[in-house]
Ligand binder design. Structure first.
Ligand SMILES: Nc1ncnc2c1ncn2[C@@H]1O[C@H](COP(=O)(O)OP(=O)(O)OP(=O)(O)O)[C@@H](O)[C@H]1O
Ligand SMILES: [Mg+2]
Length: 277
């Protein structure tokens, strides 16, 4: 199966010269359609830089990035924004909602840039808000909602246009543990529905709930392994860190994993069609 995301030897170097910072220092990785990946690393390890790169918000100093077969590393700004609009849903730690718009208006906003008609925008925004359990808060403004609810609006905004890739940078960083669990549950559901979910975190317990974990350190991949969780819904976050396999050691297992993943995706696409989500 072709990789959805394929980055090769990506460098991002700030202030080249004596005081240079190698935020990304020769990273290569690929992510297949429908994977649920956590990217974990300490503060300053390069997670957000990598997310910005994956999300076409930034371009690398060198290296190549193919998204869905297209080489985005050499694209111009307008082409990048087009790709961002069509392919990627972003979720940020700070929610980034517009304060004077209601929940549904916030969700509808990016759909305007995609040229979607008013009636369809409303329909898609309602579906997305229902999926995150907020049908009863559609007309509330961000200040009238809890942090967890605001983050759910931000997720609805990210998924309303049904982008194949969901990128979440520390989406639970500002939330209490109950709200964090709800957000993770929604991300798992999106994965079950066939979306590719990339979750950035510095928290081992959160990473343990993803199927695959990529640990980065000093702008390089330090580890890349699969959590041995057959059904992520049943994951035991305390122990799952022990139950893992190094991706580089287990090509066979990874292939098996991708086969399972393909099956998941096919099933979930059927389900998605049935549910029209
Ligand atoms: N615009 C910039 N100019 C110079 N250095 C930068 C810039 N942006 C990031 N860096 C540096 O690049 C490195 C990686 O930063 P990045 O924001 O990707 O880390 P992170 O893993 O997301 O950290 P955190 O967990 O704190 O969010 C850090 O050392 C940071 O200081
Ligand atoms: Mg960061």
């Amino acid at each position: 199966m072709n990789a959805l995301i394929d980055i090769r030897d990506i460098y991002k170097i700030y202030n080249p010269g004596e005081n240079e910072v190698r935020a990304l220092d020769g990273i290569s990785l690929s992510v297949t359609h429908g994977e649920f990946v956590a990217i974990i690393g300490q503060s300053g390890s390069g997670k957000s830089t990598l997310m910005n790169m994956l999300g076409c918000l930034d371009v690398p100093s060198s290296g190549t990035y193919c998204l869905n077969g297209a080489d985005v590393s050499k694209m111009k700004d307008d082409e990048l924004s087009d790709i961002r609009n069509k392919e990627i849903g972003f979720i940020f730690q700070g929610f980034n909602l517009i304060p004077n718009l209601t929940a549904i208006e916030n969700v509808e906003l990016p759909l305007i840039y995609r040229g979607i008609s008013k009636a369809e925008r409303r329909e898609l925004a309602q579906q997305a808000l229902e999926m995150v359990g907020l049908s009863h808060r559609m007309d509330h403004k961000p200040a009238e909602m809890s942090g967890g609810q605001q983050q759910r609006v931000a997720i609805a905004r990210a998924i309303a246009a049904k982008p194949p890739v969901i990128l979440a940078d520390e989406p639970t960083g500002n939330l209490d543990s109950r709200s964090s669990k709800e957000i993770l549950q929604i991300l798992r559901e999106l994965h079950t529905l066939g979306r590719t979910v990339i979750l950035i975190t510095h928290d081992n317990e959160i990473a343990a709930q993803a199927k695959r974990v990529i640990r980065i350190r000093d702008g390089k991949v330090e580890e890349d392994y699969l959590n041995e969780i057959q059904d992520v819904k049943d994951s035991n976050t305390k122990d799952s860190g022990k139950n893992r396999k190094e991706v580089s050691d287990i090509k066979g297992s990874q292939n098996q994993y991708h086969k399972e993943n393909e099956k998941d995706t096919e099933e979930s696409l059927d389900k998605k069609e049935e549910e029209n989500i």
